[in-house]
Design a protein around this ligand. Structure first.
Ligand code: HEC
Length: 444
C-alpha cells in the first residue's frame, strides 16, 4: 500500500513536469494552473493591500509595482503576510468591523505563500489587472486643491522643537465641503504629527499671531496667545502621524470650512542629527454634492496622570457623555512612546461595557479606525477611552524607565487623546453640538 502511494506520487509529479516542459516550449512561462503567478494572482493583492505604501515616493522602502521589484522579496512577503505583520493593522479582530481594515484574507495569505514556495513565477503579463491609478504624490483618488505652508520651517539637527504653527488664509468666498483630505510633510522623518485646524473668521483663537510664517509659543507675547498655542476648541480638518491614511468620508458626509476661514497647521517636529526644512501640504477633494451630514472631530483627553517609574501596565481612563444625537464614524488614538493599548467603549446605564475598538498601540504606526457601519449614538451616551502605558525597561521604545511620566508635548512626555469623528446635521457646528441641557461635561 505504502509503496503504491509513493509510486503514485512520483507518477503524478513526473506527468506534471512533462506537461510543464511542453508548456514552457510553447509560451515560455506557464506554470500549472494551480500555481499562483505574479501577474494573475499576486499583483491584484499588492494593488489592493500594499501599493498605497509600497510604490515609489511612499513610506515603504521598497516598491512592489513591477515583477522585478517584487520578486526578490517573495519569501519575506509570504512570511510577513502569514504573521500578519503586513499590512500594518493593530485592531483586535474580535471587536468591531472597520471599513479601512487592510488585512489579508486567509486565501490571499495562502496565495502569497504558494507563490513564494513555487519560486515566485511571473506568469503571463496579459493576465495582469490594469495598473492601479494613483494621483502622483498623494493617496487620494482625486485632488482639487493643495494648500502648502507658505514658509519652510527650519528644523535644527538636534534638540527639542516647540510645536510650530503656520496660519494660511484659504480665501474661500463661500463655505466649502471637504469630502477627502490628506496631509503630506516634505520632510517625513521629522514630522511626529501634524494637525490642520479650521479657524473661522469670527474665531478669537491666535488672533495676534502672524500669518503665513512659522511661530511657536515663545514668539507670542500676550498670555492669551501663549495659552492659545496649547489648547483650542477649533474644529480639526485632519490629523497626520506616521502611517496614518487620508480622510475619505462616507458618501453624503463631509467636513465644512466656512467662508473666509484660515487653515492652521500645528506641527510637531523631531530632530534626527541633520538640519533640514519642512513645508507640509494638505490636499483637499471637495464634495461633489451638498452633504446630508457634517463631520466633526472630537476628543476624549486625560491630561492629569502620573505614570510611575517602571510600571509595565499603567491604566489611564476618561469618559464623557455625548451632548446631542450623533453618528459615530471613526477613531484615532494618540499616545507617545510608552503607549501600549488603547480602547474605546460605551459605558451602558446598566453598568455593562460595550467595546468599540481595542488596539495594540504602536507609536510608529498611528492609524485611524473607521467603523464599517456608522453607529448611532443617542444624546447622553457615555463614551469611554482607556489607555495602558508600559514604563518598564522591557518596552524597547521607552526613553527612560526611571522617570515618572506626565502629560507633555514632547515624545518623552506622554499624551492620552482618543480622537473620534461624528456626523451631525449639516447646519450644526462644533460649539452648537456642545450646547445641551443636562450640564454634562464632555471635553471638546
Ligand atoms: C501603511 C503602509 C504599508 C502598507 C499598506 C504595507 N506596507 Fe509593507 N512596509 C511598510 C513600511 C514603512 C516598511 C518598512 C518598515 C517596516 O518594516 O516596518 C514595510 C516593510 C515591508 C517588508 C519588509 C519587512 C522586512 O522584514 O524587512 C515587507 C516584506 C512588506 N512590507 C510587505 C508588505 C506587503 C506584502 C503588504 C501588503 C499585503 C504591505 N507590506 C503593506 C509599509 C506598508
Amino acid at each position: 500500500m505504502t509503496r503504491f502511494k509513493i509510486f503514485f506520487g512520483l507518477f503524478v509529479a513526473g506527468s506534471l513536469s512533462a506537461l510543464f516542459a511542453i508548456g514552457m516550449a510553447r509560451t515560455s512561462v506557464r506554470a500549472s494552473d494551480a500555481t499562483p503567478t505574479f501577474y494573475r494572482d499576486v499583483l491584484p493583492i499588492l494593488q489592493q493591500h500594499c501599493q498605497s505604501c509600497h510604490r515609489p515616493g511612499e513610506i515603504a522602502p521598497m516598491p512592489f509595482v513591477t515583477y522585478a521589484q517584487t520578486r526578490p522579496f517573495a519569501t519575506l512577503i509570504a512570511a510577513d503576510a502569514a504573521k500578519r505583520a503586513m499590512p500594518p493593522w493593530f485592531a483586535d479582530p474580535s471587536v468591531g468591523h472597520f471599513a479601512n481594515d487592510p488585512s489579508l484574507t486567509q486565501s490571499e495569505i495562502a496565495t502569497l505563500s504558494a507563490w513564494a514556495a513555487a519560486q515566485a513565477p511571473a506568469g503571463n503579463p496579459q493576465d495582469a489587472p490594469p495598473p492601479k491609478h494613483w494621483v502622483e504624490g498623494w493617496n487620494l483618488p482625486r485632488v482639487d486643491l493643495v494648500v502648502k505652508m507658505p514658509t519652510p520651517v527650519a528644523i535644527p539637527a538636534t534638540g527639542d522643537v516647540e510645536y510650530t504653527y503656520e496660519i494660511v488664509p484659504t480665501g474661500f468666498k463661500e463655505g466649502k465641503w471637504v469630502q477627502m483630505s490628506e496631509i503630506r510633510p516634505s520632510s517625513r522623518e521629522n514630522v511626529h504629527h501634524a494637525v490642520v485646524y479650521i479657524r473661522p473668521p469670527d474665531s478669537p483663537w491666535l488672533r495676534h499671531a502672524p500669518i503665513r510664517v512659522p511661530f511657536t509659543a515663545s514668539d507670542m507675547t500676550g498670555e492669551q496667545d501663549k495659552h492659545d498655542t496649547h489648547t483650542t476648541k477649533a474644529d480639526i480638518l485632519l490629523v497626520y502621524a506616521p502611517g496614518s491614511s487620508p480622510d475619505n468620508w462616507p458618501s453624503g458626509m463631509a467636513k465644512f470650512i466656512p467662508a473666509g476661514s484660515d487653515l492652521v497647521f500645528q506641527m510637531h517636529y523631531t530632530t534626527h542629527g541633520r538640519a533640514t526644512t519642512d513645508q507640509t501640504s494638505v490636499a483637499i477633494a471637495f464634495a461633489q454634492r451638498p452633504p446630508t451630514h457634517r463631520v466633526l472631530t472630537l476628543q476624549l483627553t486625560n491630561s492629569d496622570f502620573v505614570i510611575p517609574p517602571g510600571d509595565p501596565d499603567h491604566r489611564v481612563e476618561v469618559h464623557g457623555s455625548i451632548p446631542n444625537d450623533a453618528l459615530l464614524l471613526s477613531f484615532f488614538p494618540h499616545l507617545h512612546l510608552r503607549g501600549k493599548k488603547f480602547e474605546y467603549n460605551i459605558l451602558r446605564p446598566d453598568g455593562t461595557v460595550q467595546p468599540l475598538l481595542r488596539v495594540n498601540y504602536n507609536f510608529y504606526w498611528q492609524l485611524s479606525y473607521r467603523l464599517a457601519q456608522p453607529l448611532p449614538l443617542k444624546a447622553g451616551t457615555v463614551l469611554q477611552a482607556v489607555a495602558w502605558f508600559d514604563n518598564s525597561k522591557n518596552n524597547p521604545h521607552n526613553p527612560d524607565p526611571d522617570a515618572a511620566v506626565y502629560w507633555g508635548d514632547q515624545t518623552y512626555d506622554e499624551m492620552m487623546v482618543g480622537f473620534f469623528d461624528v456626523a451631525v446635521p449639516p447646519n450644526v457646528d462644533k460649539p452648537q453640538f456642545f450646547i445641551r441641557g443636562d450640564g454634562g461635561a464632555m471635553q471638546h
